[in-house]
Design a protein around this ligand. Structure first.
Ligand code: SAH
Ligand code: SF4
Length: 435
């Protein structure tokens, strides 16, 4: 979502002030840090980056004015308080206010110091944003923002704001514009994307499954993906679309966070492990090759060794293709930050290491099971592996590297998996006439 927002800021400021991206902070007239507040580590990184950039700014010629801005969720959470910690910052804004950037920039350039804009606006930023001027082959489109679930550990409802869905036609016209500019793959984005409930022009509500069906009808769109879903917002049709819409990639990121019902209840996730497993089973029967991904939080207050063991058991049961895992980070303003039963840091870290070891081992085994399969791959560009290798993603969102010419970048080609690595696959291109 932050990457999408940064792209839109770029389009907006290009239109209003003729700005375009540069390679290094030394060349910049405006520096924007678009920030994340989800865990303490992300926040700490921002303040060390601010310190680093400040040194860069100090070395600038005195006559050159560089405007310094902090946007995103740290901007939202800190507001004007950020100026105390970083007095050289000129502008602070939140993820729902960046459409005001041109006016804020004008005011700063006219001599205004230290402006901030973090009031949740009543208007939608999307109404004020210009259409994207270009598109990558794979493009993201936010369909839903914010969250009303208030999981006890999470800052999202406070920083991204309350849950709201974009109107259907607005999304479809953004996808159409991106497709006309070359996009073949669309990633529908939302903090809680499967809670999508947008209205069409007639006022009829559409859920995510219907939106996927409509997106698939747009000429040029060959692949669709959506992130991130909440288990308690799963619905029947969101399982059926996997079997019925060929453009929908066989990939689902459905975070469970913990394998213990006690911890899920303390997190107020609104579902049990057993209910979650029923959805996994149904997804696998609708789409046998579906890649499944999850997020996990380890060391939540009150997590006992037996709760953690249940998370490990769940891992063996589901066998995810990919998973992100984090040490619990107490966030200001959340209920969990005040809960008793803090897990000692070293215990949490040891559990996280054990969890990651199993996640990685299972991921490698799942990768090994792909050997021999022919996958449709969207070629991204030259591989980091080097000479003559290109890199891309399978429909199941696995990284794959294969020998091919640089001209293949941006195309959708068939690749047979020949080898599996812990985090990626190796393959060979199947010539078109051999298929
Ligand atoms: N809406 C999604 C996740 C959004 S946040 C969902 O409900 O699943 C992305 C991930 O960050 C979460 O899935 C969670 O695993 C992690 N996360 C959020 N808050 C956290 C915290 N306080 N400490 C550690 N991890 C956290
Ligand atoms: Fe945060 Fe996701 Fe829970 Fe919403 S559903 S509060 S975004 S973890």
């Amino acid at each position: 979502m932050n990457a999408y927002d940064a792209g839109r800021m770029e389009d907006l400021l290009h239109g209003s002030h003729g700005l375009s991206p540069v390679e290094s902070p030394q060349e910049a007239d405006l520096i924007i840090l678009n920030t994340c507040h989800i865990r303490e580590k992300a926040e700490e990184k921002i303040f060390s980056e601010l310190g680093r950039l400040r040194k860069v700014l100090r070395q600038q010629a005195a006559d050159r004015r560089v405007v310094f801005a902090v946007g995103g969720c740290v901007g939202q959470a800190e507001g004007a308080a950020l100026f105390k910690r970083a007095p050289f910052v000129d502008l602070v804004f939140g993820p729902q206010n960046y459409h005001h950037l041109p006016q804020m920039l004008d005011r700063v350039l006219a001599g205004g110091r230290q402006l901030h804009d973090v009031e949740m606006p009543t208007e939608s930023k999307f109404d004020a944003l210009p259409q994207a001027s270009h598109s990558n082959r794979s493009a993201s489109v936010p369909v839903q923002e914010g969250c009303d679930r208030f999981c006890t550990y999470c800052v999202v409802p406070f920083t991204r704001g309350r849950e709201w869905s974009r109107p259907v036609e607005e999304i479809l016209s953004e996808v159409t514009n991106l497709a006309e500019k070359g996009a073949v793959e669309i990633e529908l984005l939302g903090q809680n994307v499967n809670a999508y409930q947008g209205r069409d022009q007639e006022g009829v509500e559409h859920d995510l499954a219907l939106l996927i069906r409509q997106t698939a009808l747009i000429p040029g769109i060959r692949r669709i993906r959506f992130v991130t879903s909440h288990p308690a917002d799963m619905h029947d049709d969101l399982v059926s679309v996997f079997a019925e819409v060929p453009e929908l990639n066989p990939y689902m990121h459905l975070p469970i966070q913990s394998g213990s019902n006690t911890i899920l209840a303390a997190m107020e996730r609104g579902h049990t492990v057993e209910e979650y497993l029923v959805w996994i089973e149904r997804l696998r029967s609708a789409c046998p090759h579906i890649s499944l991904a999850s997020d996990f939080i380890v060391g939540f207050p009150g997590e006992r060794e037996s709760d953690f063991q249940e998370t490990l058991n769940l891992l063996e049961q589901v066998r995810y293709d990919h998973a992100y895992s984090f040490l619990f980070s107490p966030r200001p303003g959340t209920l969990a930050a005040e809960m008793e039963g803090a897990v000692p840091r070293e215990v949490g870290e040891a559990r996280l290491a054990r969890l990651q070891e199993r996640i990685n081992a299972i991921q490698w085994e799942q990768n090994l099971a792909q050997v021999g399969r022919v996958e449709s791959v969207l070629v991204e560009g030259p591989s980091k592996k080097g000479q003559g290798m290109m890199a891309g993603r399978t429909a199941g969102f696995r990284r794959i590297n294969f020998p091919a010419s640089p001209e293949s970048a941006g195309s959708l080609i068939d690749v047979q998996v020949t080898e599996a690595r812990p985090n990626s696959l190796i393959g060979r291109v199947i010539p078109v006439n051999a298929v």
